[in-house]
Structure formats: C-alpha cells, structure tokens
Design a protein around this ligand. Structure first.
Ligand SMILES: [Zn+2]
Length: 252
C-alpha cells in the first residue's frame, strides 16, 4: 500500500491503539491493543483483552512509517509475542501474572512430553478465577530459547536417554537462554502495582525482581504428571532449579 493512500481514519484508529515503549536510544517496542478477545476456556466464553508487541532496533511514532515498513517485513517468518489481560489490570491491587514460554508441541498439539499445554490452560483459568491478571505468551522462548527445530533434535537425543539439560548442552546451547526483558517492559507499561507470579521457576522470579517490578509472591503450577513427562518434570527440579510444590518460596 502506498503511504499516501492511507486514509486518515485508518491512521487515527491505529494511533489510538499503538503505544511506543522506548527501550534504548533508537530502539523500542510497538504495543498494539487492547483488542477484545473472547476465548473458549473449558467450554465457557471468557473475554480477555489482547495486546501484541514487536521489538525494533529503530522505532518511530509515525504510524504511516510503521505501516509502510511492516508491509515490507516478512513478519510471518518470525513469531511475535503477545499478552492476554483479564480484569482491571492497571488498577486492581492484586493481579496474577504468568510468563508462558511458547511450546509448539505442548500448547498446540497437547504433547504429553512436557506440561506446557496444561500450564497454559491452567494459568488462564487461574487468572480468570482470580479476577485480574495477565498471561504473557513469549514467542522467542521455544525449547527454552533454542527454537523448534533444535528442540526436535534435542528430543531425538532424549529418546536415547539424555535429559533435557544434557540434550541442550550437547547441541551447543546453554540450558536456558530465555530473556524476559521485552515482556517486562510491556508489563510495566500495563501495570505498575505489584504482581503475583504463577511459576515454579525461580529464574522468572529473579528476572522480575531485578527489573524493579514489585512481587507480592509466587503461585506454583504443577499437575498433569504422566509416564510420558515424569523424567522431564524430575529434570526441571533436579537440574534446572525449579521449586517443588511443597517447598516454600523465599519471596512469599
Ligand atoms: Zn513444552
């Protein structure tokens, strides 16, 4: 589309729904939303507010320029992250949040090799039941940051007895290369009051604490154990420092 052909109402509609979050001198994050998103949650229709974001090294506040650049960028080749918000997220005193790492096999196919699909649906339900919260769906976190194809190779090694950590290390990756900075920038834009984090992973707690975000506490999320993911879950506790359900969180 020619930039000059963009109608003024298109520009003003988008202007109201796009925020620019500066993260460095020239770079930043475009945050689009809120967009009404009714979701089928275990048979019940629940309305979330949905936001999507895009990190860029060079950002502008000029909507025409943003649109002009997007149409020439092949965004479908990359995944973008997004967040589902429930309730009065900005103002309510107590909000539950989940930083969910994308898992193609678990979230989409319902794979029983991990507990991701269960955790995704469960945390959405917990947020809805709590009344206020947000689920961040982090698209560059596949396989703890190694990507889907590498995760498939790691699964090949796991079928021969390597655990999750050993498999990643043998493929030349660090065990966990996930980064939460962009998600935390978005979180801080949507809410400045303290949050309660749904996680078993102390690294996620640390990332939030380091960012200056106030944490009220942590809500654990275990379940859906089966013969297929028993080793995976055991490795999370013994090798990756995840906290078992009965252990109390030092931040609680
Ligand atoms: Zn998974």
């Amino acid at each position: 589309m020619e930039q000059s052909l963009l109608k003024s109402d298109v520009i003003s509609l988008l202007k109201n729904k796009i925020q620019l979050i500066k993260t460095s001198e020239n770079g930043g994050i475009y945050l689009v939303g809120p967009i009404r998103l009714p979701v089928n949650l275990s048979g019940e229709t629940v309305v979330f507010q949905w936001y999507c974001w895009l990190e860029r090294e060079q950002v502008t506040e000029n909507i025409e320029e943003i649109i002009g650049k997007l149409s020439s960028t092949n965004l479908s080749e990359y995944q973008q992250s997004s967040v589902l918000v429930y309730g009065d997220f900005k103002n309510n005193e107590d909000a539950l949040i989940r930083m969910h790492s994308i898992c193609h096999t678990g979230d989409i196919f319902g794979s029983k090799r991990c507990d991701c699909g269960f955790q995704l649906k469960k945390s959405m339900q917990m947020i809805k039941n709590h009344g206020t919260g947000a689920l961040f769906y982090l698209a560059n976190h596949e396989g703890r940051g190694i990507g889907l194809f590498s995760k498939a190779m790691a699964y090949v090694l796991q079928e021969s007895g390597y655990d999750t950590v050993e498999a990643n290390l043998n493929l030349g990756f660090v065990d966990d290369s996930r980064n939460y900075e962009d998600a935390i920038s978005v979180l801080k834009t949507l809410r400045t009051k303290p949050v309660t984090l749904i996680t078993n992973n102390p690294k996620k707690q640390d990332a939030l604490k380091k960012s200056g975000m106030l944490l009220l506490g942590r809500t654990p999320l275990w379940g859906d154990e089966s013969e297929y993911n028993a080793n995976y879950l055991k490795t999370k506790v013994s090798r990756s420092g995840h906290l078992k359900e009965e252990e109390s969180c030092p931040n609680d």
